[in-house]
Design a protein around this ligand. Structure first.
Ligand SMILES: [Zn+2]
Length: 108
């Protein structure tokens, strides 16, 4: 078996599956990674140095990390996913905006 084929099969086996609370479990290729969900952004009138730190300086977390993912090819909602950067295990998935669950439950 060629090296490229082994790599392709390896990527397929290790693919992340995200259980969207609205669409069900889907392949991560339906989603767009949005970045670290734990960042606290400064006030709009904060000094440029605070904004620079918030935008460009990120922790490279080894372990559980809260991330934002956009379900681009699904419900198009932004989700907060708690995922291990070591094993890709997903601990929790919820809508980023807390009011979304109230809206979707009242319509069903
Ligand atoms: Zn979805």
């Amino acid at each position: 078996m060629s090296g490229a084929l082994v790599l392709i099969q390896s990527c397929t086996v290790d693919m992340i599956r995200i259980k969207c609370p609205y669409c069900g479990e889907r392949d991560h290729s339906e989603f767009t990674y949005g970045g670290d969900a734990s960042i606290k952004y400064p006030a709009l009138d904060a000094p440029e140095s605070e904004w620079t730190k918030a935008i460009f300086f990120r922790e490279n977390i080894r372990g559980m990390q809260k991330e934002t993912w956009h379900h681009t090819n699904g419900c198009r909602l932004w989700l907060e996913v708690e995922r291990s950067t070591i094993t890709h295990e997903i601990k929790s998935v919820k809508a980023c905006h807390p009011q979304i669950e109230k809206i979707t439950k009242s319509k069903s």
